[in-house]
Design a protein around this ligand. Structure first.
Ligand SMILES: [Zn+2]
Length: 235
């Protein structure tokens, strides 16, 4: 195998290696995962807010229940005074009746508030349930995609390792000087430094070699570069 043939093999392998590296880096699963993680974060943030609302509502309900209890006690005291027979003064009795009515009205108001709070809390509880189950779904999906990404990356990485090993084998048949030139052109010419000439046309820049240049190329054994794009030409 001539040096140029070895170099051509190195180029073929490098092309595949660059493709795989690109695929490894830009796996669309990465972007998908980022989106899913963002949605999971939003979901858990909303859940924290909803849980705070739930706690607040529970505290409000407990306070209302306390207030209703103490109103009940007060009402019981006033009613026993009213119906107990100890109070006989009509003016005092009317005063007690008014007080009882006012306490009952107050109690009604508090009970209505309590009911509204409980109904409101039911809606918040339902929302919390939705958010928890969505959070679980998202976590499952993320785990699945992470597994998939890990598998795909692992496969690509081992394929890459194989290719790099093979590249090293071919590269050992190329002199350091030619390898340096190859790498310089590679960096300057979109990772394509060694190309075939087919029917007198450089496959790198698609320009036909002028007749005399083509003749010289056919006679040259060593490195011959395209006068148009500078790539190394092989037959
Ligand atoms: Zn060219």
């Amino acid at each position: 195998m001539s040096e140029l043939e070895s170099l051509y093999q190195v180029q073929q392998l490098d092309t595949r290696i660059f493709e795989l590296r690109e695929k490894l880096e830009n796996n669309p699963l990465k972007e998908e995962l980022e989106g899913l993680r963002g949605r999971e974060r939003e979901c858990s943030e909303e859940l924290s807010r909803v849980e705070e609302d739930l706690e607040r509502s529970t505290r409000i309900q407990a306070a209302l229940e306390d207030e209703i209890r103490s109103l009940d006690q007060k009402l019981a005291r006033e009613e026993s005074k009213l119906y107990g027979g100890q109070v006989t003064n009509p003016k005092e009795l009317r005063g007690l009746q008014a007080e009882v009515r006012s306490l009952k009205r107050k109690k009604d108001e508090l009970e209505t508030k309590l009911l509204e709070e409980m109904e409101g809390q039911d809606a918040v509880k339902a929302r919390a349930g939705e958010l928890r189950s969505r959070g679980r779904e998202l976590a499952d999906l993320i785990e699945e995609k992470e597994g998939l990404l890990e598998r795909e990356s692992g496969e690509l990485a081992s394929e890459l390792a194989e290719l790099e090993k093979e590249r090293e084998k071919w590269a050992s048949g190329v002199s350091e000087e030619v390898m340096r030139l190859y790498e310089k052109i590679l960096a300057a010419k979109q990772n394509l430094a060694v190309v075939k000439v087919i029917d007198g046309v450089c496959q790198g820049c698609r320009v036909e070699l002028p007749g005399k240049e083509y003749d010289r190329f056919l006679k040259t054994e060593g490195v011959f570069r395209c006068s148009n794009c500078g790539r190394i030409l092989v037959r």
